[in-house]
Design a protein around this ligand. Structure first.
Ligand code: SDX
Length: 428
C-alpha cells in the first residue's frame, strides 16, 4: 500500500502522506496542501470526508456497527460498568480501580454545590424556557462563580474544573426540570450513587420521601453510558473548536449543549416522541409519515432514523430497543407508541427509500420511550442526552488541550461579488 497520495493539478504532481490509525483507518494528511499548491484548499460541506483531529478516545465503525470507548466495546460497558466508571475511562483513558473511582466520586461530590446566586439567574427564566437553553446558560454562568476553572494550564486546575462540572451539571439539569415543574430547587444526597442522586434531585417530592427504584436507576445509568461519547459529532466538534481558542471548559461545554439541542442532533430524541405521538393521534397511520419522509418537497424527516456514520445499524439503538421492552415490563408501563415505533422501524427497513440510503434507527429512536416510562417529560429528553454526553465532551476537550491542537479555523471558497467601487447613496 503506497505511503503517499499523489494529486495532479494542471500537470503538477503533489504528494501527501497517508496516515494509518490503530484500527487501520487511512487518511490523507493534507496539512501542507495550501502551501505546496500555492493556495489550493479543499471543500467538504459538513466535513463528511474530513478528519478534524487524531483522537484516542472513541472508535466507530459505521459499516460494522462498532462503538468502543478507549478500546472497550459499548456492549460490554453497558452491561458491566456504571456511568461514573465510564466517565473516568473516557476522560483519563483507563478503567478506574476501586480507590480511583471512590476518590473521583468523592471529589465530584465535594464540588456539587452550586452558588445560591445561580438560583437568581434561574428565577429570571420563564417556566416555559426550554431546559437546553437554561442549562447552556447556567453552564456558562458557572464561569463567573468559578473563575479559577477558566485558565486550566496545570493538571491540578484541569482536574478541579472537570470534577466541578461533573458535580454541578446534574444539579443544574435537575433544577432546570424543577423550574418547569414549579418545584423548589434542592440538593440530593451524597450517600447515593451519582445517577441515583440525580434522580432524587429531579423527582423528590417537596413533602415526601424519595425512594430509589433500581429499575429506573439502572436503566438511566445504561442510557447515560450509551450517550457518553461518539467521536467527532456536531456537538463534540463544537466543544473542541471553541476550546481550541483556549476558551475555558465551561464555555466550551455551554456551546456544545447548544449544538446538541438541534433536532438533527440530540434534539432528535424529543422530535421522535413528538413524531410518534402525532402518528398515534393520526390513528397510527405510519404509512402517511413514511410518505412524508420520502417526499422531497416535504421537510419532514423520519426522526430517529439515519446517521452520518452508521450505515448498517447503530449499536446503541439495538441495546436501547431491548432495554425499552425490559424497563416498560419491569415498571408495568404500557406505552402504545413503543408498538408504533417498532412498526415504523419494520416498515422502514423493508422500504427501498430507507434501505438504499442506509437509514436505520439511531440512538434517539427508542431512548425517549424509556425516559417517558421513567416519568421524564419530553422537553427534558435532550438535557438527558447532554448529561450522558458530558464526560465525552470533557474527554475530547482535555485531549485537544493536552495535544496542544491549533485553533480551529477552516478555509472557504468565496463565491461573492468581485471587487467593485463604492456607490454613493444617491446613485443606488
Ligand atoms: C445524533 O454524529 C453523531 O454521532 C450524532 C449522534 C451522537 O451520538 O452524537 O449519533 C447523535 O445526532 C443521531 C442523529 C439524530 N438525528 C435524527 O434522527 C434526525 C433525522 N436524521 C437525519 O436528519 C439525518 O439522517 C442525519 C442528520 C442524522 C444524518 O444526515 P447526513 O449524514 O447529512 O445525511 P443526509 O442529510 O445527506 O441524507 C442522505 C439522504 C438524503 O436523501 P437524498 O438527498 O440522498 O435523496 O438520506 C435522506 C436525505 O434526505 N435522509 C432521510 C433521513 N435522513 C437522511 N430521509 C428521511 N428521513 C431521515 N431521517
Amino acid at each position: 500500500m503506497s505511503k503517499n497520495a499523489t494529486l495532479e493539478i494542471n500537470g503538477e504532481k503533489y504528494e501527501f502522506p497517508i496516515i494509518e490509525g490503530t484500527e487501520k483507518e487511512l487518511a490523507i494528511n493534507i496539512k501542507a496542501l495550501r502551501t505546496a499548491t500555492g493556495g489550493i484548499t479543499t471543500l467538504d460541506p459538513g466535513y463528511k470526508n474530513t478528519g478534524s483531529c487524531e483522537s484516542a478516545i472513541t472508535f466507530l465503525n459505521g459499516e460494522e456497527g462498532i462503538l468502543r470507548y478507549r478500546g472497550y466495546s459499548i456492549e460490554e460497558l453497558a452491561e458491566k460498568a456504571d456511568f461514573l466508571e465510564v466517565a473516568y475511562l473516557l476522560i483519563f483513558g483507563e478503567l478506574p480501580t476501586t480507590e480511583e473511582l471512590n476518590k473521583f466520586h468523592n471529589d465530584i461530590k465535594d464540588q456539587s454545590h452550586v452558588d445560591e446566586d445561580i438560583k437568581k439567574i434561574l428565577d429570571g427564566f420563564p417556566k416555559s424556557a426550554h431546559p437546553m437553553g437554561v442549562i447552556s446558560s447556567l453552564t456558562s454562568a458557572l464561569i463567573a462563580f468559578n473563575p479559577s476553572s477558566v485558565n486550566v494550564d496545570s493538571p491540578e486546575d484541569m482536574y478541579l474544573a472537570i470534577v466541578r462540572i461533573l458535580g454541578k451539571f446534574p444539579v443544574l439539569t435537575a433544577w432546570a426540570y424543577r423550574k418547569r415543574a414549579g418545584l423548589a430547587m434542592d440538593y440530593g444526597d451524597d450517600s447515593l450513587g451519582y445517577v441515583d442522586n440525580f434522580l432524587k434531585m429531579m423527582f423528590k417530592k417537596p413533602s415526601g420521601e424519595y425512594n430509589s427504584n433500581p429499575v429506573i436507576v439502572n436503566a438511566l445509568d445504561k442510557l447515560l453510558i450509551l450517550h457518553a461519547d461518539h467521536e467527532q459529532n456536531c456537538s463534540t466538534s463544537t466543544v473542541r473548536i471553541v476550546g481550541s481558542s483556549h476558551a475555558g471548559l465551561f464555555a466550551s461545554l455551554s456551546a456544545g449543549i447548544s449544538a446538541l439541542w438541534g433536532p438533527l442532533h440530540g434534539g432528535a430524541n424529543q422530535a421522535v416522541i413528538e413524531m410518534l405521538e402525532a402518528i398515534k393521534e393520526d390513528g397510527g397511520d405510519t404509512k402517511k409519515y413514511m410518505a412524508k419522509a420520502k417526499d422531497k418537497s416535504d421537510p419532514f424527516r423520519l426522526m430517529g432514523f439515519g446517521h452520518r456514520v452508521y450505515k448498517n445499524f447503530d449499536p446503541r439503538a439495538k441495546i436501547i430497543k431491548v432495554a425499552a421492552d425490559e424497563v416498560l415490563n419491569d415498571l408495568g408501563v404500557e406505552d402504545p407508541i413503543l408498538d408504533i415505533a417498532k412498526g415504523l422501524e419494520k416498515e422502514a427497513l423493508e422500504d427501498p427509500y430507507f434501505v438504499d440510503r442506509k437509514l436505520y434507527p439511531n440512538v434517539d429512536f427508542y431512548s425517549g420511550i424509556i425516559y417517558r416510562a421513567m416519568g421524564i417529560p419530553v422537553e427534558m429528553f435532550t438535557a438527558m442526552f447532554a448529561l450522558g454526553r458530558l464526560p465525552g465532551w470533557i474527554a475530547q476537550w482535555r485531549e485537544m488541550r493536552l495535544r496542544k491542537e491549533p485553533i480551529g479555523r477552516p478555509r472557504q471558497v468565496y463565491i461573492g461579488e468581485n471587487h467593485r467601487p463604492f456607490k454613493d447613496i444617491d446613485f443606488r
